[in-house]
Design a protein. Structure first.
Lengths: 166, 282
């Protein structure tokens, strides 16, 4: 039942992103708070609900955005998988793991979006898109990643307290 | 030993002296003398009073200061409250101006029916140019209804829920609008882009178009009503070797500052797909 807390959290973040954050783009790139949150959650040690959060976030984004549902589902699922894989390998430096995962995750989600638009016969100039949308979006995501990681680290410790070994 | 007559004489003289002094004083003849006599007393009084007031102010200063500080805080709080109220009122004035302009626009186009909606968000995907408005099917909105402002064309509704709708802007990469260029009456297609820039394609080579020409919807294709202002041509691209001319368009609507839009509810988009001939395979 603890996974249900994802609904108000991700919902609030999406509302904030859509109503406020998207009015402050960098070139034409915007931050993806849902992606950063999902990655931050997946990197937490005691969290077992990373996939659920990923699916819930993807469904929210798919409902609000014109992008087809499968795009955020695929993109966020890949990002969660990468986060879980990195969690086991770079667990001693969680901030580094967060930055690496956000970078790779942002790149992949934007690539999946571009591929889906191309498949819909919507012309996307590749280099221009990378220069003015993908790279600024990655930069903004990295900017928000540390504060969100700290917040959700505290939330994870509160929801899933570590058991003391006697 | 004084006799009673001596005593009464003294009393009489004294009384006459006093009466005389009073008469002289009333006549003003004693003013210089009284001035001379009173000056030292006045000086002393002033000196003493000044010192006393200084001591009194010094002793009362903490109370006054506390009272002043308290009053200052109250006034500052009142100023903050009034400033907040001013901001709210200015916002209301701004919204009223926008609504008033929209009402004027509706009056100028009485053949259309409009529903006003506020822009409450934007598409979270940076590749897409969509806005979210706070009206939906409960307010009579349907897919493909055109959306305008008093300045010109905004886009059309792409998805609707009960209380909200998503609007595709004409600046979106997948948006295309059939337009007419004035005054040449040339037909063309307006395309959006990922940067939000608008370009005109498929302008016939024979058409004479110039910078500053107006771009309006033509109504062809049935997606938008005709004669809605879209923008103005800012540059023309013409090569003799090309099949068509191209142009860049500056939209009349400032899409970065959209607050309130009008949805044309009595316009029925026409689905012309059944009329488009399908490819005939050999």
């Amino acid at each position: 039942m603890k996974v249900l807390i994802a609904i108000p959290i991700l919902g609030s973040l999406l509302v904030f992103q859509s109503a406020v954050l998207n009015y402050f783009p960098l070139l034409y790139g915007t931050a993806d708070l849902i992606l950063i949150t999902i990655i931050a959650w997946a990197l937490q040690k005691n969290v077992q609900t990373a996939w659920q959060w990923g699916i819930i976030g993807a469904l929210f984004v798919g409902f609000v955005s014109e992008i087809p549902y499968f795009v955020p589902i695929i993109g966020y699922s890949i990002a969660v998988g990468i986060a879980l894989a990195i969690r086991q390998r770079i667990w001693q430096v969680p901030i580094l793991a967060m930055l690496v995962t956000v970078f790779i995750g942002s790149l992949l989600v934007n690539m999946v979006t571009m591929i889906s638009l191309i498949l819909q016969d919507i012309p996307i100039p590749l280099m221009q898109s990378i220069n003015i949308i993908v790279i600024p979006s990655i930069f903004l995501n990295l900017l928000f990643s540390i504060p969100l990681y700290i917040i959700f680290s505290d939330l994870a410790k509160w929801l899933y307290p570590e058991e003391l070994e006697m | 030993m004084r006799t009673p007559s001596t005593r009464s004489l003294q009393t009489t003289v004294l009384a006459l002296l006093i009466i005389g002094l009073i008469v002289l004083a009333l006549g003003g003849y004693l003013a210089p003398l009284s001035r001379l006599a009173l000056n030292p007393f006045v000086e002393a009084q002033t000196w003493l009073s000044t010192r006393f007031l200084a001591i009194q102010n010094y002793l009362n200063a903490p109370q006054d200061l506390a009272r002043l500080r308290s009053r200052n805080l109250e006034l500052e709080a009142e100023v903050s409250r009034l400033q907040a109220e001013i901001i709210v009122l200015k916002q209301q004035i701004s919204e009223t101006r926008v609504l008033s302009a929209l009402v004027d626009f509706a009056r100028v186009h009485p053949e259309n029916r409009y529903v006003a909606a506020a822009v409450i968000g934007r598409d979270p995907n940076p590749f897409l140019k969509y806005i979210i408005i706070n009206r939906g099917s409960d307010d009579g909105l349907r897919r493909s209804m055109p959306v305008v402002t008093q300045q010109g064309l905004v886009g059309r509704i792409s998805a609707v829920t009960a209380g909200a709708a998503r609007v595709q802007l004409i600046t979106d990469n997948s948006s295309s609008v059939n337009i007419r260029i004035e005054p040449s009456k040339a037909q063309a297609v307006l395309q959006g882009s990922i940067t939000g820039d608008l370009t005109l394609d498929l302008i016939p080579q024979a058409a004479t178009i110039e910078i500053g020409d107006l771009v309006l919807t033509s109504g062809l294709g049935g997606n938008y009503p005709s004669d809605i202002l879209v923008g103005q041509i800012t540059s023309v691209r013409r090569k003799e070797t090309d099949l068509f001319q191209g142009a860049a368009v500056q939209p009349v609507v400032d899409f970065a500052k959209l607050e309130i839009v009008l949805i044309v509810t009595n316009f029925q988009p026409v689905d012309i797909e059944p009329l488009i001939p399908s490819d005939i395979s050999p």
